[in-house]
Write a protein that binds this ligand. Structure first.
Ligand SMILES: Cc1cc2nc3c(=O)[nH]c(=O)nc-3n(C[C@H](O)[C@H](O)[C@H](O)COP(=O)(O)O)c2cc1C
Length: 353
């Protein structure tokens, strides 16, 4: 039986455990450059023992940021700042994946504590793009991407991945969930196109698959590529888990290795939030043979271990529990009676038991 603190190998990367930090925007950057806050935040979680840290949504283009304060990876200044942080994470025994992102029609919004809705152009925002000129309710109307614009998005993801290699990241995650650009293309609720990028599931998946291929072409063969999906839109007429399972299979054939399974975000919806509520979706996508993670209200060590031990997911990701406690994997290992590993920082060794 596999457990939470057993290693997992994806391509040639062995990740020491199956309790990973889910990506979390910090809305704390200027000009997309990660800073001291991101450094302390991410390195603390490396010391805390997360097997893999996934960076927050990292814009591949300035207009792909969710908020003006998001981090990015579209220029050399950002790469230099990431390199310092990645190297510090490695220095403290951690591994880190970059989450490459484009927010599409959900870009240029106020980050939680600064306001709500779209940031106007004259207040530091920008005009957004999407598969179709249909706004997310309450946000500014986006401009429909033309074919040249779609090509530019593919190139930006590949260039972002290339820069991530330069910065030393261990893996890449493509953000195709939560109603951001790649999910907007996948979902019939936001993609009303009539060209080869709209209509059938195959057409709606075309952009994601081009991105997967483009990224795979610039990262080493041995490096894993994760894709974060929303496995349901929680809305009639939207994506359902079987659709997303099919897309995940195509993405695997195109070079992706792992499905990070979340849900929702493309339209406002009533989501029956409860402990572990997204685990059945990970289970469904994983049934087709793709390694998967489950995320969402997983807050107890036994709960996390059971998800892996029962084979419902290969990995558990936690977000908010990792905000409350950067050392939660250390605490969870203790609660599960996992022998204290030799990986504890010596400075903290007396806190083991
Ligand atoms: C502050 C915060 C920021 C987040 N930012 C991102 C993000 O950048 N990318 C992403 O895919 N999900 C993001 N999420 C979603 C989380 O990764 C996670 O899927 C969600 O919070 C459910 O997990 P939890 O119940 O363990 O918090 C964010 C969540 C929080 C709380």
């Amino acid at each position: 039986m596999t457990h939470l603190f057993d290693p997992i190998t994806l391509r040639s990367l062995t990740i020491p455990n199956r309790l990973w930090l889910s990506p979390m925007c910090q809305y704390s950057a200027s000009d997309g450059v990660p800073n001291d806050w991101h450094h302390v935040h991410l390195v603390s979680r490396a010391i805390g023992g997360f097997g893999l840290i996934v960076s927050e949504a990292t814009g591949v283009l300035p207009e792909g940021r969710i908020s003006p304060e998001d981090v990015g990876i579209w220029n050399g200044t950002q790469v230099d700042a990431w390199r310092t942080i990645v190297s510090a994470i490695h220095g403290h025994g951690g591994l880190v994946a970059v989450q490459l992102a484009h927010a599409g029609r959900k870009a240029s919004t106020y980050s939680g504590w600064r306001g709500s809705g779209s940031v106007p152009v004259d207040a530091g925002g920008w005009s957004t793009v999407a598969p179709s000129a249909v706004a997310f309710p309450g946000y500014a109307e986006p401009v429909e991407l033309d074919l040249a614009g779609i090509d530019a998005v593919v190139e930006a993801f590949a260039a972002g991945a290339q820069r991530a290699m330069d910065a030393g990241f261990d893996a890449v995650e493509i953000h195709a969930a939560h109603g951001y650009l790649l999910h907007q293309f996948l979902s019939p609720l936001s993609n009303l196109r009539t060209d080869e990028y709209g209509g059938s599931l195959e057409n709606r998946a075309r952009l994601l698959l081009r991105v997967v291929e483009g990224v795979r072409a610039v990262i080493p063969d041995g490096m894993p590529m994760l894709v974060r999906y929303s496995a349901t839109d929680w809305t009639d007429g939207g994506l359902v888990a079987d659709d997303v399972a099919t897309v995940a299979t195509w993405a695997a054939s195109a070079g992706a290795d792992f499905a990070d399974v979340s849900t929702g975000g493309v339209v406002p919806a009533d989501i029956p939030v409860a402990p572990g509520y997204q685990v059945p979706f990970a289970e469904r996508i994983g049934r087709d043979g793709i390694p998967v993670s489950a995320v969402g209200l997983i807050t107890e060590a036994q709960q996390a271990d059971a998800i892996v031990a029962e084979g419902r997911a290969d990995v558990v990701m936690v977000a908010r529990q990792g905000l409350r406690d950067p050392y939660w994997p250390r605490r969870a290992a203790f609660e599960l009676g996992v022998p204290a590993g030799s990986d504890w920082p010596v400075q903290y060794a007396r806190g083991r038991w």
